[in-house]
Design a protein around this ligand. Structure first.
Ligand code: SAM
Length: 260
């Protein structure tokens, strides 16, 4: 294709065929799967995925890529291409409400976190998501308590999904090469939530407040949010830092302190 990659669309195109095959194998497709690719770009993944499926959807923002992509894919499978911003895309518009969605994408780095949260609004319809992201972001998604990378993103994602980092990819697999390593991660929304949260909005604000001052104890960072009695009822030591509190601890703090 004769397209100059655009930085503002986060365009780092995959060209290493071994890496492309490794990603495609990790997804373990079945013919009847309802797969949506985010940001197909020039079709590096699309062209390998499409022949394995009866049909597939892809959402691409850069309209200059659409005609070439359409032409390239028309002879190899049944692709429905949506020229849209995935952050505004209404997934319920994919008109097969009874089929679980599988989502895949070498994501534009600048929108990866808001996009994952956007998708999680549809989590009951999603079977799984395979994303290629900056390694540093995957490390944060997967981090356990007591690690340097554990933070708000880890808690908020792990509340919704099982997070499985799969493998790391060096900059040389892309054109142009990014400055950092990338990783492939599988996110699988829980069928049964690991914790019960009574007020989602309160939970998310409380987690944000706890990590807003990482170096402080939760007694201080959650002043005005959680009383000493509520810490005790939740079984969380107010003298510890947020990075030592597990998802279960945040859920208990949120349920104890939720507005009545
Ligand atoms: N899948 C291709 C590959 O692996 O070579 C391209 C990956 S490139 C990192 C990201 C792609 O997402 C680009 O094609 C870019 O135009 C597209 N993109 C960027 N922002 C987008 C958005 N908001 N909605 C949909 N697509 C977007």
């Amino acid at each position: 294709m004769n397209h100059t990659p655009r930085k503002r669309f986060g365009q780092n195109f995959l060209h290493d065929q071994n890496v492309i095959q490794k990603i495609v194998s990790a997804i373990r497709l079945r013919k009847e799967d309802l797969l949506i690719e985010i940001g197909p770009g020039e079709g590096a993944l699309t062209c390998q995925l499409l022949p394995q499926l009866s049909a597939m959807h892809a959402i691409e923002l850069d309209r200059d890529l659409i005609p070439q992509l359409q032409q390239r894919c028309s002879s190899i499978g049944n692709l429905t291409l949506h020229n849209a911003d995935v952050l505004k895309f209404d997934f319920s518009a994919i008109d097969e409400p009874d089929r679980p969605l599988r989502v895949v994408g070498n994501l534009p780095y600048n929108i990866s976190t808001p996009l994952i949260f956007h998708l999680l609004q549809h989590q009951t319809r999603i079977q799984d998501m395979h994303f290629l992201l900056q390694k540093e972001v995957v490390d944060r998604l997967a981090a356990a308590p007591n690690s340097r990378t554990y933070g708000r993103l880890s808690v908020m994602i792990q509340r919704y999904c099982r997070v499985e980092p799969l493998f790391t990819i060096g900059p040389g697999a892309f054109n142009p090469p990014p400055k950092v390593n990338s990783s492939v991660v599988r996110l699988t929304p829980w069928k049964i939530a690991p914790v019960a949260i009574e007020d989602e909005s309160h939970f998310s604000q409380l987690v944000a407040a706890a990590f807003s001052q990482r170096r402080k104890t939760v007694r201080n960072s959650l002043k005005g949010w959680v009383t000493p009695e509520q810490f005790e009822a939740a079984g969380v030591d107010p003298g510890c830092r947020a990075e030592t509190v597990a998802l279960e601890g945040f859920a208990a703090l949120s349920n104890q302190s939720r507005p009545q």
